[in-house]
Design a protein around this ligand. Structure first.
Ligand code: PMP
Length: 331
């Protein structure tokens, strides 16, 4: 019989899919690593298992313990899946800009969620970093994976995402593009691809306008899960050859195009990474170039945001014609 023993055994080995229409005639092959094929729906499933296993081994997480983590949702889903499998309690701390849909997903998996304001600095007592630290101190048997400083975050990508891409492209990848949140994806995958290619593969970070990685000060932006207002330990500053800055408008426009033109319903950070990858591809005058862009999660968690015309209009973004029309509009 052909079956998985547990859902967690299905993490990784996500497909590469060619982008055909949104490339607007760029000559290199542009391939998307579609991470919503992971069982929890995002790239973060990869790091959750590794971080928990390492904490069990070191004794930081004991049987019956509680996992406490500041997360914008995806890491929470991954951790909640591992926690269920192994009998831990989960408490997640989210900034208030994270969509309600995403928070509801966490509670559906059986986790508890605490919401904190986005518009305060990280050192503020109500920031989601500070609140999670306080919960760790106060809950008995609590362990904080701290994806922003946990070496098992980039390591998961060094050991899985990087080798998968190298194998899938038969070593022909020339450019790797990914957004940067904790930096785990780009640092781990990028370091592997640099090493295995003797430095030939170019690593390109995509970053929201306003974030520190592209020289900003942490000014607010709307795209979720990427960009930071501080430099996390999990980001390897030596790995990126270049950072491409992308505006919210371009990120959201590409997110919508991916759904309508490639049938890829993905989140805003995927649209941001794809916008950067296509900008890059259009500059490359080499038909043998192979650009791989990582799309971190699916779009269902953002239906009331990126995919909602009124929400986009509220922030002054131009929108394509409404998807839903009356019979009168169509005649
Ligand atoms: N996109 C989304 C939706 C995310 O949740 C994250 C993780 N914060 C990222 C991109 C960035 O990945 P990383 O943390 O590995 O840099």
């Amino acid at each position: 019989m052909d079956y998985a023993n547990a859902l967690l055994d299905l993490v990784g080995d996500t497909p590469l899919v060619r982008l055909r229409r949104v490339t607007d005639g760029a000559s290199p092959l542009v391939l998307a690593k579609v991470e919503y094929f992971n069982p929890g729906g995002s790239v973060k499933d990869r790091i959750a298992t590794r971080m928990v296993e390492a904490a069990e081994k070191s004794g930081d997480l004991q049987p019956g313990g509680t996992i406490v983590e500041p997360t914008s949702g995806n890491t929470g889903v991954g951790l909640a899946m591992v926690a269920q499998e192994r009998g831990y309690r989960c408490v997640f701390v989210c900034p208030d800009k994270v969509s309600e849909d995403k928070r509801n997903v966490l509670t559906a998996y059986g986790a508890e969620v605490v919401v904190c304001p986005t518009a305060v600095p990280p050192e503020h007592p109500n920031s989601y970093y500070s609140v999670s630290d306080r919960l760790v101190r106060e809950i008995d048997g609590a362990w904080k994976p701290n994806q922003y400083a946990n070496e098992n975050n980039p390591r998961a990508h060094y050991e899985t995402t990087g080798p998968e891409i190298w194998k899938q492209t038969e070593g022909r990848i020339t450019h790797f593009v990914a957004g940067i949140g904790t930096g785990g994806t780009i640092s781990g995958t990028g370091r592997y691809l640099k090493e295995v290619s003797d430095g030939r593969v170019q690593i390109i970070g995509a970053d929201p306008h306003g974030s520190v990685y592209s020289g900003g000060t942490g000014r607010p932006y709307l795209v979720e899960g990427v960009g930071e207002d501080f430099w996390p330990d999990t980001y390897d500053r030596d790995v990126c050859d270049r950072i491409i800055e992308v505006s919210d408008a371009d990120s959201f426009s590409m997110t919508r195009r991916l759904a309508r033109e490639e049938a890829m319903l993905v989140g805003g950070s995927a649209g941001m990474a794809a916008a950067a990858a296509i900008r890059l591809a259009r500059e490359i005058d080499d038909p043998d170039a192979v650009v791989v862009v990582l799309l971190p999660d699916g779009g269902r968690g953002y239906l009331t945001k990126v995919f909602d015309d009124d929400w986009l209009a509220r922030f002054g973004f131009l929108t394509p014609p409404r998807g839903e029309q009356t019979v009168g509009d169509l005649l």
